[in-house]
Design a protein around this ligand. Structure first.
Ligand code: 5GP
Ligand code: ZN
Length: 139
């Protein structure tokens, strides 16, 4: 399914031009217009899925191999020493475009800082409660 109102559906379908790095029957990979670092790319499925919870499993199985291939190409082409694979689900998690996508962000020695979380101290009792309740919800 494609959503005519969705910007990433329109980009993935080629209706809106983009800096395309890669395309096949399932995906278009483009450069991000607001990059966290030089070469920041987005993997867009051509079909519309709101987030990871909705993503088709066959498409999901192809996403990480593609991200790895893209990261390896970035290391070769851009000279980055590593890369982050980031995927946001939901507004509070930083998702701003509600069409599933994966960020592949090249990282350079002494390059731009990218916000990470501050580790908190885990409470063993709370860990036990949390693991039980999530485990139950997965059944
Ligand atoms: P999110 O915050 O949803 O995980 O990521 C959305 C990303 O899409 C952002 O990094 C933003 O810069 C990028 N973006 C939003 N609109 C466009 C667009 O029209 N073209 C491209 N290439 N990137 C976009
Ligand atoms: Zn879409």
């Amino acid at each position: 399914m494609v959503d005519k109102e969705c910007i990433f559906c329109r980009i993935a379908g080629g209706e809106i031009p983009s800096s395309t790095i890669y395309e096949d029957e399932d995906f278009r990979v483009i450069l991000d217009l607001g990059p966290a670092s030089k070469g920041h790319a987005l993997i867009l499925p051509k079909e519309h899925y709101r987030d990871l919870c909705e993503l088709d499993h066959t498409i999901a199985a192809k996403v990480l191999p593609l991200a790895g291939r893209l990261g390896a190409a970035m290391k070769k082409a851009l000279g980055c020493s590593g890369f982050n694979v980031v995927q946001n689900n939901g507004e509070d998690a930083g998702q701003t475009v509600f069409h599933f996508h994966v960020h592949v962000i090249p990282r350079y020695k002494d390059g731009a800082k990218i916000a990470a979380w501050e580790p908190q101290k885990a409470d063993p009792e709370q860990l036990s409660r949390l693991s039980s309740s999530i485990k139950e919800a997965m059944e």
